[in-house]
Design a protein around this ligand. Structure first.
Ligand code: SF4
Length: 262
């Protein structure tokens, strides 16, 4: 535990707060992790990530995945509920990776959290869709069993083109993500499905972009945030050829269905 505390202190020197017993393995200051205006309590379940997406430098800053214990996550959830929050945002750099370092998993954690008493709903953020391949049926079982516990899911698709996803080093197919979204939407129509779209990744052809438009067209219940690609120094993507001219990126951004763009 001392070793973990030292690591947390080194990474987040402001992490230890007054109620330290509640946060002993929590690498963020939870006293900042609430938004009273929006009535949202932010429940961080892990930090870091075990993927290597070509455009992303987050892992360089956070390191690989470090999951909080299920008991600590539950304790924080109860803390938030006792403070009167009824919307709980489950956050992490990649929440789908939760547990791989401690012999647990996101579906296992969700199943356990959903059983906590109280009237509250979850917003599940930032699940890299690659975890659908591993956990899809188990995630769906939990979502179906506790449908009223969820109000928003965010799985960042980034592109509807499988070849571009491969170039981004994202390990899933757009079709399997679409199938998952479809199942969630059919069984839980009240749940807002949210995704991210990255526009103008190096080498993105008109055909690739059309795949993204097609995906959004085929899943009209999906809301999204769109981002123009910008190279981050030190990432693989910054070294890739195939820059897309800014005017083309802007034109593609404008072609996205704006009425669903958040
Ligand atoms: S985009 Fe997300 S999953 Fe990919 S490397 Fe960055 S933090 Fe990890």
């Amino acid at each position: 535990m001392k070793e973990l505390d030292a690591r947390i202190q080194a990474t987040f020197p402001y992490a230890l707060v007054d109620d330290a017993h509640l946060y002993v393995d929590l690498p963020v200051p939870e006293r900042f992790a609430e938004d009273r205006k929006m009535n949202v309590f932010f429940l961080r379940i892990c930090s870091g990530c075990c993927s290597k997406c070509a455009y992303c430098a987050i892992r360089k800053a956070t390191g690989t995945i470090t999951s909080r214990s299920p008991a600590a996550v539950t304790s924080s959830l109860m803390y938030g509920l006792n403070r009167g929050f009824d919307i709980v945002s489950i956050v992490g750099e990649d929440t789908g990776a939760y547990g791989v370092d401690i012999g647990s998993s996101l579906p296992e954690l969700l199943l356990s959290l959903c059983g906590c008493p109280g009237c509250y709903r979850f917003r599940l953020h930032d699940v890299n869709p690659q975890w659908i391949r591993l956990y899809g049926p188990r995630l769906l079982d939990t979502l179906y069993a506790y449908s009223q516990r969820f109000e928003m899911l965010l799985f960042p698709l980034q592109s509807g083109s499988n070849s571009l996803l491969q170039r981004m080093n994202r390990h899933y197919y757009a079709e399997e993500v679409g199938e998952f979204f479809h199942r969630v939407h059919c069984h839980l129509p009240h749940v807002r499905i949210h995704t991210h779209i990255l526009v103008g990744f190096p080498g993105e052809s008109d055909k690739d972009f059309q795949c993204t438009l097609d995906f959004l067209d085929q899943h009209p219940y999906v809301w999204f945030s769109a981002y123009p690609f910008s190279p981050v120094p030190g990432t693989t993507a910054a070294l890739l050829s195939g820059d897309i001219p800014r005017a083309d990126v802007d034109s593609r951004m404008a072609q996205l269905p704006q009425e669903r763009c958040l």
